[in-house]
Design a binder for this molecule. Structure first.
Ligand code: NAP
Length: 287
């Protein structure tokens, strides 16, 4: 199958690499050309524009930073929609709001194509290990034909119904994650500020009901105050909190804790921590 991949950041480059390893014929595009090099060496073809990727692909996957980034590769004369053909598919795996997804769906259908939104849970390592959780919604026919490729990127794959459902589900997931990480930062700050051993706090958390892989992975690094490479950039977590709060506004759902958590992430952005891992929000909690 001819597969396209647009958006080769932290996640997209690892996901495209797994498709290549699985012997799909993969054509890629990214705004910054540096991102191609490894994939090209692994056998990927490089196209000149998102449109050119769509023109040679039965299914095109995209993994973009933000709703604005989705629009910038989707729309216009050189965009993905301009290259869709009757029956070809556009699968957007970026974390965006439901409105952006519905517009992608509308434009794909108007061009004779099919659309699926398929945001993911899981960070750099699960992307490399093809162990992502994939939340898909939209055209069921495209879900079925994409499944062999989705299975090379994810371990748990769910079909959630109509376009917009997966986008909203992903925001609910990340709201929980952002809040949990903030609670961990505050617990560690309280422990270390009052002279307790943070390693012991992590051990106690890990042995009880709140034990989870994220605390296990990030807890020791936060406690040690070391730098660690961005797996999930802080700027993307703040974008997800912003989109979750906007959705909550639309439906009249109060999100008391998330509103406060979002302010912390905004402060971290203002301190220039946007490109660091989202765990860097701890530096706002305890500078
Ligand atoms: P990333 O490393 O920042 O990559 C973002 C991609 O978007 C890059 O290919 C970047 O191109 C492109 N891009 C940004 N603005 C653009 C624009 N205006 N025009 C064209 N291209 C643009 O992000 P990521 O971590 O891979 O995340 C991608 C998406 O997955 C985000 O929606 C994020 O919220 C979501 N996600 C991330 C994780 C994670 O742990 N990292 C986990 C789950 C979901 P350049 O290379 O040229 O900058």
């Amino acid at each position: 199958m001819n597969i396209g991949f647009v958006g080769l950041g932290i996640m997209g480059s690892a996901m495209a690499a797994n498709l290549l390893k699985a012997d799909f014929r993969v054509t890629v595009w990214n705004r910054s050309p540096d991102a191609y090099r490894l994939l090209e060496a692994g056998g990927a073809k490089v196209a000149g524009t998102p449109r050119a990727v769509a023109e040679v692909s039965e299914i095109l996957f995209a993994m973009m930073a933000t709703p604005a980034a989705v629009e910038s590769v989707r729309d216009g004369a050189e965009g993905i929609i301009a290259g869709l053909r009757t029956g070809s598919g556009y699968v957007d795996m970026s974390t965006v709001d439901a409105e952006t997804s519905r517009e992608s769906s509308r434009l794909s259908h108007a061009a004779g194509g099919l659309f699926l939104e398929a945001p993911v849970a899981g960070s750099r390592k699960p992307a490399e290990d093809a162990a992502l959780t994939i939340m898909a919604a939209g055209d069921r026919v495209l879900y079925d034909s994409s499944l062999p490729a989705l299975e090379k990127m994810g371990r748990k794959i769910l079909f959630l119904g109509e376009t917009g459902n997966a986008a909203r589900m992903k925001l609910a997931n990340n709201l929980v994650m952002g809040g949990m990480l903030t609670a961990l930062c505050e617990g560690l700050a309280l422990a270390s500020g009052s002279g307790l051993d943070t390693a012991q706090l992590l051990e106690i958390l890990d042995s009880g009901a709140v034990s989870n892989p994220m605390f296990r992975l990030k807890g020791p690094l936060i406690a040690a105050g070391t730098e660690f490479p961005a797996a999930f950039p802080l700027k993307h977590m703040q974008k997800d909190l912003r989109l979750a709060l906007r959705l909550a506004d639309e439906i009249g759902q109060p999100l008391f804790a998330t509103a406060a958590v979002n302010e912390l992430y905004k402060s971290a952005l203002a301190k220039g921590l946007g490109d660091e891992d989202f765990a860097a929000v701890c530096r706002v909690v305890r500078p």
